[in-house]
Design a binder for this molecule. Structure first.
Ligand SMILES: NC(=O)c1ccc[n+]([C@@H]2O[C@H](COP(=O)([O-])OP(=O)(O)OC[C@H]3O[C@@H](n4cnc5c(N)ncnc54)[C@H](O)[C@@H]3O)[C@@H](O)[C@H]2O)c1
Length: 315
């Protein structure tokens, strides 16, 4: 950032506005509004932020996007200027419902209408390479290319090693590991002819630590594999313009963790006590990190992992 650019800017609004200006094309959420101190229900003023963080003009695809973190990643992209997005999940109806809801949310408190967005819902089982190829084919035939892809589809199960049925272990690796690989490979195949793009594989803090007290060895190993997969693919594709990074959340409140917590209410307190920041993350706590990785703001970054875990891994 040149000092000249700093000097030219007129600073309005929030601290994040110290950098270059970019038109905000949609609002984020009502909770974001209140956190920023604006009056509830009032239109959001155009945000000013570093232009490289803008997702304007980028075609995005997110797997596991009908709910949870994947859904939140979609929301973050739309709030950052993206208008062409593929919402990919297991069931067509859920992917389509999520796509509609995302558009409706993005229009709230913004000057954009539904026709300003092209958000499609696509059915895809990431554990099937054929299904992944089909989803990318549909996305590219609709939008012409794909620029930023997030592999968020994933599952967790808690069995002790001796009790874990092998067919379930295999299914977990098929989704978490092979699903991420198929998604990344298809993304790169479609990005390279257009000069490249950004791929983010959602790993986990479990790639680095062993969660306690719940046993989940195959999950932890699957996420360590995803983290190293991002690094390895990054090296393979670095000169082709395709960046591959891993995003590793800590304990986040989504259906995935709520299912685990529904069997054991005390577990939430244990997880919080093990987290230096003393709480579980909200999905929107990942918004900044995913937009950073998916946008040109991280253009010299590849093969890295960003942990967003309330400090869990540092103690
Ligand atoms: N929630 C957390 O605390 C947490 C922490 C670290 C990492 N993660 C990772 O984040 C990712 C998203 O987790 P989440 O919390 O949003 O989970 P979630 O269960 O809320 O959502 C996962 C989504 O993936 C979809 N999905 C599952 N299998 C699929 C398949 N075979 N093909 C396509 N879609 C499929 C589901 O239908 C669902 O919509 C996962 O990879 C998970 O391991 C989550």
């Amino acid at each position: 950032m040149s000092s000249m650019l700093f000097a030219r800017l007129t600073v309005v609004g929030r601290p994040a506005s110290r950098f270059g200006a970019v038109k905000a094309t949609s609002s984020y959420s009502t909770s974001a509004i209140s956190r920023n101190g604006a009056a509830s229900g009032s239109p959001i003023k155009q945000a000013r932020t570093l232009p490289d963080f803008s997702m304007e003009g980028k075609v995005c695809l997110v797997t596991g996007a009908a709910r949870g973190l994947g859904y939140e990643f979609c929301r973050a992209f739309l709030a950052s200027g993206c208008t062409k997005l593929a919402v990919v999940d297991l069931k067509q109806s859920e992917a389509e419902d999520a796509a509609k809801e995302l558009v409706a949310t993005s229009c709230l408190n913004s000057d954009m209408g539904p026709s300003d967005f092209d958000v499609i819902g696509l059915e895809c089982d990431v554990s099937s390479e054929r299904s992944v190829i089909k989803a990318f084919g549909e996305t590219v035939s609709k939008f012409g290319r794909v620029d930023s892809v997030v592999a968020s589809a994933g599952i967790v199960e808690n069995y002790s090693a001796f009790d874990y049925p092998f067919d379930r272990i295999k299914r977990l690796y098929d989704i978490n590991v092979h699903g991420a690989f198929f998604t990344a490979r298809e993304a790169a195949r479609n990005m390279i002819p257009h000069g490249g793009g950004s791929i983010t594989l959602v790993a986990s803090m479990s790639a680095n630590i062993v969660n306690i007290p719940q046993p989940q060895t195959p999950y932890n190993a699957s996420k360590a594999a995803v983290k190293h997969m991002a690094a390895s693919l990054a090296v393979e594709w670095a000169k082709k313009g395709v960046r591959v990074n891993a995003l590793s959340p800590g304990y986040m409140l989504t259906k995935l963790t709520k299912t685990v917590l529904s069997h054991d209410q005390e577990l939430k307190k244990t997880w919080e006590s093990l987290t230096p920041m003393g709480r579980m993350g909200e999905p929107e706590d990942l918004a900044g990190a995913i937009v950073f990785l998916a946008s040109d703001a991280s253009r010299f970054m590849t093969g890295t992992e960003i942990r967003v875990d309330g400090g869990y891994c540092i103690i």
